[in-house]
Design a protein around this ligand. Structure first.
Ligand code: NAD
Ligand code: DAU
Length: 382
C-alpha cells in the first residue's frame, strides 16, 4: 500500500468510465485488478488484441463482474476505437498496449513501430475527437489520457551518473525504446497543441504476477524449475531499478486522480540491482523454497551468453517529483517483491506452462540457442 495522496482519494475520486488498453498483458492486468477492487462503481473496459503477450486468464476472476467488459481488438483500428469511446462514454484512458520486449524489437522492429507509434497515434486521435465533441457537455476537467511509458527512452547511465529525472534528454537505444519515445512525444504534443489532458509516466523495470516468461525474472524462475540454463547477457553487470507491479499500479492511480495534465512523472522502485546479483538472489530464494529442484544449487545453471546488441548499461529513476507533488513512494523492497513473485510462479504452473508454446520455443531458439549464446541469425542482424 502506498501513502495517502495529498488530496485524499475519496475526495478526488468520482465514478469514472475508464478504457484500459493492453489490459490482458502483465502490467495492464495487474492495473485492471487494482482498479476494479479499488473503484467498484467505475466502468472498466479493456481493449486488447491478445497478441502472444495478452492472456485472458489474467482477467478470469473479473469476467462476471458487471462493471467489467473485455473487447478483443487492435488499437490501430481507428473505427473500433472511436466507436468504443463513444458507446461506453469513456472519460479516462489508461494506455498500456504495446510491444514491450527489447529482444523482440531487435528481431522484428516493424511491429513495434506499428503498435507503439501508429497505435498510440490512432488512440490519441480518436480520444481527441471524442473529447472535443463531449467536452461542451460534461466539462474539460473530467477527461484524462494516461500514456504509460518507460525509463528506456532516456538511454543508458554510467555508474556515477545521476538518476533519470523528468528533464533528462531522450536518447533511446533500441527499436523498442525509440518507438516508445515517439509515442511519448505524440502524447506530449496533443497536450501542447490541442490542450488535450494527457499525462505521461516513465517507469523502471516492473516485476510480479502475470509477467510473461520472456522477461528476466520469470525466465529465471521458470528455467530453474525446469532445470534449464540461466542465460545472463554479457558480464551481468548491467543495472536495473526494480519496481514491484503493485507499487506501479498505485502510482498510476495517483497520477490519474491527482496528476497535472501535460506533466510527466517518473516512477521507480528505489531498487537498483546488478543483473547477476538479482539472478543469484533468485537462485538463493528458489533453493530455499523450490520443491526438489532439478539442479541444486540453482546457481550452477547460470550461463553467461553473448550480450544483447545495444544493451543499456544502467537505468535509475529519480522519483522525487511524484513523491513531492502526489505523495507517492514505492513500498516494496526487491527482496520482499521477489519472494512474493517466486511464490506466485511456484503456485501458478498452470498459468505459465501453456505459455511455453511452439511459437515461444521458436522465439527462444532464435535468441538463445547457439552454443555461444545468441543464434547466428540474431547476431547477423546487428
Ligand atoms: P505486455 O507485453 O505484458 O502486454 C502488452 C499487452 O498489449 C498485451 O496484452 C498485448 O496483447 C497488448 N497489445 C499489443 N499490441 C496491441 C495492439 N496493437 N492493440 C491492442 N493491444 C495490443 O507489456 P507490459 O510489460 O505489461 O507493459 C505495458 C506497458 O508498460 C507498455 O506500454 C510498456 O512499454 C510499458 N512499460 C513496461 C515496463 C515493464 O517493465 N514491463 C516498464 C516500463 C514501461
Ligand atoms: O526499464 C523498463 C523496461 O523494462 C520496459 O520498458 C520493458 O518493456 C521491459 O521489458 C523491461 O526491459 P528490459 O530489457 O530491461 O527487461 P528484460 O527483462 O528483458 O531484461 C532485464 C535485464 O536482464 C536486461 O539488462 C537484460 C538482462 N537479461 C534479460 C534476459 C531476458 C539477461 O541477462 N538475460 C535474459 O535472458
Amino acid at each position: 500500500m502506498s501513502k495517502e495522496p495529498l488530496a485524499s482519494q475519496s475526495s478526488s475520486h468520482r465514478d469514472r468510465r475508464i478504457l484500459i488498453t493492453g489490459g490482458a498483458g502483465f502490467i495492464g492486468s495487474n492495473f485492471v485488478h487494482h482498479w476494479c477492487k479499488r473503484y467498484p462503481n467505475d466502468r472498466v473496459v479493456v481493449l486488447d488484441a491478445l497478441t502472444y503477450a495478452g492472456n485472458l486468464n489474467n482477467l478470469a476472476a473479473l469476467q462476471n463482474q458487471p462493471q467489467f467488459r473485455f473487447v478483443q481488438g487492435n488499437i490501430c483500428d481507428a473505427v473500433l476505437v472511436q466507436n468504443l469511446l463513444q458507446e461506453e462514454a469513456i472519460d479516462t484512458v489508461a494506455h498500456f498496449a504495446a510491444e514491450s520486449h527489447v529482444d523482440r524489437s531487435i528481431l522484428n522492429p516493424g511491429s513495434f513501430i506499428q503498435t507503439n507509434v501508429v497505435g498510440t497515434f490512432t488512440l490519441l486521435e480518436a480520444f481527441r475527437h471524442h473529447w472535443q465533441t463531449d467536452v461542451a457537455q460534461v466539462g474539460r476537467d473530467r477527461y484524462r489520457f494516461l500514456h504509460v511509458s518507460t525509463d528506456e527512452v532516456y538511454g543508458s547511465l554510467a555508474p556515477e551518473d545521476p538518476a533519470f529525472c523528468e528533464t533528462t534528454p531522450y536518447a533511446p537505444n533500441s527499436p523498442y525504446s525509440a518507438s516508445k519515445a515517439g509515442s511519448d512525444h505524440l502524447a506530449r504534443a496533443y497536450f501542447h497543441t490541442y490542450g488535450m489532458p494527457t499525462l505521461i509516466t516513465n517507469c523502471s523495470n516492473n516485476y510480479g504476477p502475470y509477467h510473461f516468461p520472456e522477461k528476466l525474472i520469470p525466465l529465471m524462475c521458470i528455467n530453474i524449475l525446469l532445470g534449464k540454463p540461466l542465460p545472463v547477457y554479457g558480464d551481468g553487470q548491467n543495472v536495473r531499478d526494480w519496481l514491484y507491479v503493485g507499487d506501479h499500479c498505485s502510482a498510476l492511480d495517483r497520477v490519474i486522480h491527482a496528476g497535472q495534465p501535460g506533466e510527466t512523472y517518473n516512477i521507480g522502485g528505489n531498487n537498483e540491482v546488478k543483473n547477476i546479483e538479482l539472478v543469484r538472489l533468485i537462485c538463493q530464494v528458489m533453493d530455499e523454497r523450490g520443491p526438489d529442484l532439478p539442479v541444486s544449487p540453482a546457481e550452477n545453471l547460470i550461463t553467461f551468453v553473448q550480450d544483447r546488441p545495444g544493451h543499456d548499461r544502467r537505468y535509475a529513476i529519480n522519483a522525487s517529483k511524484i513523491q513531492r507533488e502526489l505523495g507517492w513512494m514505492p513500498q516494496v523492497t526487491v527482496e520482499q517483491g521477489l519472494r512474493h513473485t517466486i511464490e506466485w510462479y511456484l503456485h501458478n504452473r498452470d498459468w505459465w506452462q501453456p505459455l511455453l508454446s511452439e511459437d515461444y520455443q521458436r522465439y527462444y531458439q532464435q535468441v538463445y540457442a547457439a552454443p555461444e549464446g545468441l543464434s547466428q541469425e540474431y547476431v547477423v542482424q546487428r
